[in-house]
Design a protein around this ligand. Structure first.
Ligand code: NAP
Length: 272
């Protein structure tokens, strides 16, 4: 590696199966940026900051379970990440650590590829970090999110904070809307036979998005196709959140089509 080469990393636990190194390294190569992007397992949020400073890491992606706990160790965080309560992007500049959230922009850019958001009603399944990013983004775009969660107390609290309605997840059958978005991990590899809701409720929505991208076609999305809905996979969100990170770190426009291609190829090969 040359001296002026920059290092980037994704920190998480587990992180070994992350597709971010594949996607970001392909983008940097195409952009002729002398950089490498690696996956680093971090037990504690504090370890991330130590490693960033020790290894002179220029930018980092943060994934499960550190998106919230890492915030207290940063010098500054963007307004959107403070409102969402989670950081998935860190930039190290002049020794200072700045936090951002690109999950919400990733989700919005992915939704925009399929539908207009303004004025539409969204049923959000889940009330964790990804749900908060979805709710924040949809509100920013003039949409109307409704929160549905397994644990009532947590779902009610998130709904109250963002000024939305709440329903227990078991009452999804009562909800009619434009788009249903799954932000729970139900249906993710290896539990691919599961869906967070039964198929008969899907006819109440025109679009169904699953932010899970492994597998590419979850049971929820298969059911959605059979119910006549337009399915939206989680791959676009994943690619856009990564592309927005590259924009923050470099100020340059990333090769989104290439990033999507390498991720799709990898996911398709894994299933074959
Ligand atoms: P999180 O903070 O742990 O939240 C998970 C939510 O799912 C909670 O509301 C939890 O409900 C609910 N949940 C978990 N297991 C459930 C079950 N068996 N039945 C019903 N509800 C259940 O996780 P997160 O950070 O939001 O991430 C959620 C998912 O989004 C993960 O699969 C992650 O990989 C994915 N994600 C994708 C992207 C992308 O770019 N495509 C980006 C970020 C995240 P309770 O409150 O009842 O526990």
């Amino acid at each position: 590696m040359k001296n002026n080469s920059k290092t980037f990393a994704v920190f998480g636990n587990p992180v070994e199966h992350s597709l971010s190194p594949l996607m970001h390294n392909a983008a940097f190569e195409k952009m002729n940026i002398d950089a490498r992007y690696v996956a680093i397992r971090a037990e504690k949020a504090r370890d991330i900051l130590t490693e960033i400073k020790k290894s002179n890491i220029h930018g980092a992606s943060i994934t499960i379970p550190h998106k919230t706990t890492v915030m207290e160790h940063l010098d500054e965080s963007s307004d959107s990440s403070v409102r969402i309560g989670a950081v998935n992007t860190i930039t190290c500049s002049n020794g200072k650590l700045m936090g951002d959230n690109t999950d919400w922009t990733g989700l919005i850019l992915a939704l925009r590829e399929s539908m207009e958001i303004k004025g539409k009603v969204f049923a959000i399944l889940g009330a964790g970090g990804a749900a908060r990013a979805a709710i924040f983004g949809i509100l920013e775009e003039g949409g109307h999110p409704i929160v549905l969660n397994r644990t009532t107390i947590k779902g009610k609290e998130v709904a109250r904070e963002f000024g939305c309605d709440f329903y227990p997840l078991t009452e999804i059958g009562k909800i009619k809307g434009d788009c249903l978005i799954n932000t729970t991990p139900v249906g993710m590899f290896p539990d691919m036979g599961k869906s967070p809701v039964s198929r008969d409720v899907l006819q109440n929505f025109r679009w169904v998005m699953d932010i899970i991208y492994n597998p590419l076609k979850t049971k929820l999305l298969k059911d959605a196709g059979e119910a006549g809905c337009s399915p939206i996979t989680g791959v676009s969100m994943f690619v856009h959140q990564g592309a927005e990170q590259i924009k923050i770190w470099t100020g340059l426009r990333p090769p989104i089509d290439l990033m999507k291609k390498v991720v799709m190829e990898k996911l398709r090969n894994e299933r074959d």
